[in-house]
Design a protein around this ligand. Structure first.
Ligand code: ADP
Length: 588
């Protein structure tokens, strides 16, 4: 499949042509006048006239709250991209001009929009909300969206390959440092925090953008009449950042040279840039409760050993040690050395320099979405079970809480083969409150796990991460009280990710696999409801059943014995998105 990737800026057009995975042609048209995108594109297509193009992938900067994934472009999708112009007045009009021109010239092939914001579309509520009245925020679409999605997603995947571990079990901090710059916390393959916000102006110091600045300073500038709104816009977006600080250039090479020659403002620019970056890296390690690797990418991250060293030094306390020699020589290039590990051999946290390739990611996404596969292959209904709060124990915990050698006794079997609810119960104790008599589920397991709902969380006064059952590493601490003792668990407290247990035969029938994320429409309540982010767990031990927690069941007003149907697989839901808005994410 030949995919043409188009990245239309306000006055430029970048393109790359891929044949399956391989890059075949690339080019750049610059200084395109207003309204000249169609002509520029015609030039590109003339150049590619010897090629058969099967699909076109378009980079679109802002997908608003509407797009959580790439989408095949039709009239409705185009209208939604247009509606996002208010959020990205500099970018989306140019992206749309490219889409219109390309669709007019290549009307018979699928066109796919790949959004910068999509990777962050399901940022947890706590990370995407600003500290203002949510009604005001909703009214004006003020929330954090995040950008550079294809780059963060691309390097996160590359990092997982390099580390030889599944992305689903890694905590990564990806630093995209180009002219625009942003950091992202990628936990279990999802963006859970990112430094750019409602617009690409928030966060790191960038080539010409200020990044974080006290909103009060802007109010003061406007109130005093020092600047008009447009002047302020221009100052913060075009005359600030490395360029504004140094007074020399937005290019790190020029600034490093001047700093070495003694220029004070160049030194200030480097110090502020790297200090801000360090601050975000430390913060994101805190957000995820640890980090497995930090990734440096973009023109600065891939090339500047100085900036990398300043940003990554003195992280020994996190277990991150840079090898000075490896760092000094490292330059990542996708045609030569796409990944360089600059960590000391015994460093627990790896530091990787990775060549980003946003166009390749856009091509991959385009191939996936254009290739279809949106339909779920079976309408077989899924029984829904409401999973009450419960506890799983290890042998050691059992001994500590019920006395050495004590055993669990079955009160009734559960629908999952081999599992049973026990007569034994425990009290859960938090700093604010306690919940007594919580049932233990058997059999004993290799790790303790305490599953509660959001309501329980606020009652106890604790903060439990949303996790898959079994993934307890780095989760929250909690106290358990039993008849023979009290146990302070260092980790194990979770709000369980909603999930579907499936036998491999069922998975084959639906056309899904283990850890796919799906959407389930639930009927039977007062209103139909779609749950997104439902994780599929496949095992020969499992019987078909979806588990949701009591809060979710209450919110959906579920009657007993409800059923759901699988209506979309994440990453393949373009069809569904056309008819429904994106449902609520699972995370807080
Ligand atoms: P964009 O965000 O426009 O795609 P890039 O990711 O290509 O930008 O990054 C461009 C920036 O990378 C330059 O402005 C410069 O600051 C930095 N850069 C590129 N090459 C080097 C290098 N060899 N040493 C230091 N910095 C570099």
């Amino acid at each position: 499949m030949k995919v043409l990737v188009l990245n239309c800026g306000s006055s430029s057009l970048k393109y790359k042509l891929y044949d399956d995975g391989a890059e075949q042609r690339a080019g750049l048209v610059e200084r395109i006048p207003d309204g000249g995108h169609e002509q520029a594109l015609q030039g590109v297509l003339d150049e590619l006239s010897d090629q058969t193009i099967d699909a076109v992938g378009h980079r679109v900067v802002h997908g608003g709250a509407r797009f959580a994934d790439a989408a095949r472009i039709d009239d409705a999708v185009r209208a939604d991209i247009e509606a996002c112009i208010a959020l990205a007045p500099l970018h989306n009009p140019a992206n749309l001009a490219g889409i219109d021109a390309a669709m007019a010239r290549l009307p018979d092939v699928p066109h796919v929009a790949v959004f910068d914001t999509a990777f962050h579309a399901r940022l947890p509520r706590r990370a995407r909300s600003y500290g203002i009245d949510p009604t005001l925020a909703d009214k004006h679409h003020i929330r954090r969206y995040g950008f550079h999605g294809p780059s963060h997603a691309f390097v996160a995947q590359r990092a997982a390959e390099q580390l030889g571990r599944p992305l689903e079990e890694l905590r990564l901090i990806t630093c995209h440092l180009g002219n625009g710059a942003s950091v992202c916390a990628v936990e279990c393959g999802r963006s859970v925090e990112t430094s750019m916000g409602m617009t690409p102006l928030e966060g790191l110091v960038m080539g010409t953008r200020s990044g974080d600045i006290d909103a009060g300073a802007l109010i003061a500038l406007l109130k005093s009449g020092a600047m008009t709104v447009d002047e302020l816009d221009h100052t913060l977006n075009k005359q600030s950042g490395l360029k504004g600080l140094s007074g020399i250039s937005n290019d790190v090479r020029d600034i490093e040279k001047a700093a070495a020659e003694g220029d004070e403002r160049a030194r200030l620019a480097i110090a502020v840039f790297t200090h801000r970056l360090r601050k975000y890296i430390g913060a994101y390690a805190a957000v995820m409760g640890g980090v497995d690797a930090v990734i440096m990418t973009g023109g600065i991250g891939q090339n500047s050993a100085t900036m990398r060293r300043r940003a990554l030094q003195r992280f020994e306390y996190l277990g991150l040690l840079i090898d000075e020699e490896k760092n000094a020589g490292a330059q990542a290039r996708h045609d030569r050395t796409p990944v360089v590990d600059i960590s000391e051999d015994h460093s627990r946290v790896r530091s990787l320099v990775i060549a980003t390739d946003e166009e390749r990611m856009i091509a991959d996404e385009t191939r996936r979405v254009a290739g279809g596969g949106a339909e779920v292959q079976s309408e077989m209904p899924i029984p829904i079970a409401v999973s009450a709060r419960h506890i799983h124990l290890t042998r050691e915990a059992m001994d500590a809480l019920f006395g050495p050698g004590s055993e669990l006794t079955s009160y009734r079997p559960l629908s999952q083969p081999g599992q049973f609810a026990c007569h034994e119960r425990l009290n859960i104790v938090g700093p604010r409150g306690r919940i007594d008599g919580v049932r233990i589920l058997g059999p004993l397991r290799p790790a303790c796990q305490v599953e509660i709902s959001r309501t329980d969380e606020f009652h106890l006064g604790v903060d439990a991460p949303v996790r898959h059952s079994g993934d307890v590493k780095g989760t929250a601490p909690i106290i358990l009280e039993g008849p023979k003792g009290t146990l302070h668990l260092q980790e194990g407290l979770i709000c369980a990710w909603r999930h579907i247990h499936m036998h491999p035969d069922d998975a084959a029938r639906y056309g899904v696999k283990d850890r796919d994320e799906v959407m389930v429409e639930i009927r039977g309540g007062d209103r139909d409801l779609i749950f997104a982010d439902v994780v599929v767990r496949v095992s020969p031990k499992y019987a078909l059943e979806m588990h949701i927690d009591t809060d979710e069941a209450n919110a959906a007003e579920l009657p007993p014995k409800s059923e759901g149907s699988l209506v979309g697989v994440e990453g393949r839901q373009a069809v569904l998105l056309k008819r429904k808005a994106w449902p609520q994410p699972a995370g807080e």
